[in-house]
Design a protein around this ligand. Sequence first.
Ligand code: SF4
Ligand code: SF4
Length: 354
Amino acid sequence: MNATRPSSTQKYKFADLLAGPAVRERWERVRKYFFLRESTYDMTSRCNIRCDGCYYYAGEKQFATDTGDPEAWRELMRQEKARGITFVVLAGAEPALVPGLLQVCYDEIPLGCIATNGVKRIDDSVGYKIHVSVWGSDATSLRVRKQKEMLEKQIGNYRGDNRAVFVYTFTRDNIDEAAPVIKQLSDNGCRVTFNMFSAPEGYEGTLVHTEETLAKTRSVMLDLLERYPGHVLFSPYSAVAHTHRLGLHGLYGCPYPRKNPSTDIGLGRSFRQYRSDLTWDRAAACCVPDTDCADCRHYAAGSAVVTSKLYRHATDPDTFKAWLDYVDTYLAVWVKGYEKGENLCRGIVEPPEG
Ligand code: SF4
Ligand code: SF4
């Protein structure tokens, strides 16, 4: 978490924003995690399924030659630790296909998260958070991901596993399916957060949102958050930020190297996105490479884009509370052992201008 600097025109002093025990307590809780410095790693270019609109199989990274040698990964993790990386996001294609490499990473850097399709279970000895991607009902998964009974398989693998957070990705087509899917997850004691389909560059398929589906998604997210507060890890401001017509870069300015030329501070300095051959390219480095920045509303992007804008949100008590809720959600979704608090701001707050 890297914070941008305050503006001299702000009306409230920071101490005013911390008035009230609930806000102060939340601030003290979240600021303990400001040490997190992330980078992301494609563990393999193989996947056990093939989904329409997959950003991994767009662009160059899919053609990297996999490094299957655990000692090469161990050495990379040691180098990453030495340059200050404290949190790893292991993705791919499908990380569950290389369990030995996941174990090596966990043994070297114990804070992190794995993005998986959930079809193959990851062993308990890898104690990272596990994000299980859900793209709609089983009928939709069969159509878009060519998998039968996908949700049942995913729940079977991760029910009762406190590492797991299911990630429901809203596309233009599956908004009405969210309610029964979230009910099924909640009935099985699973926790879930929300993502937005963000088109890969050059994508011409049917999953891209329109202004109408963005508005409808926001309303469904808010409704599900009200109905399943114990199982949905989200906040009203998360819904606002991720369903805005401008997208995350347009709203806040993205700090990842791909959009940020600065090499002095924050993510522009520290973030790398390694391909499965252990190379990285600054010009392509962000958490969702090959995604079209103009359509980027991805939950992983927001975790850096919004959380890094502390001072932009330190304008008035409601906006600051909304930002705290966003960060609290991000930590509950991404960091092992962090439990989500009650949202402090229940109303709709518009993103402040930069
Ligand atoms: S499971 Fe993930 S990596 Fe595999 S094809 Fe689907 S979106 Fe791509
Ligand atoms: S795709 Fe998203 S996270 Fe990546 S550089 Fe563009 S705006 Fe940033």
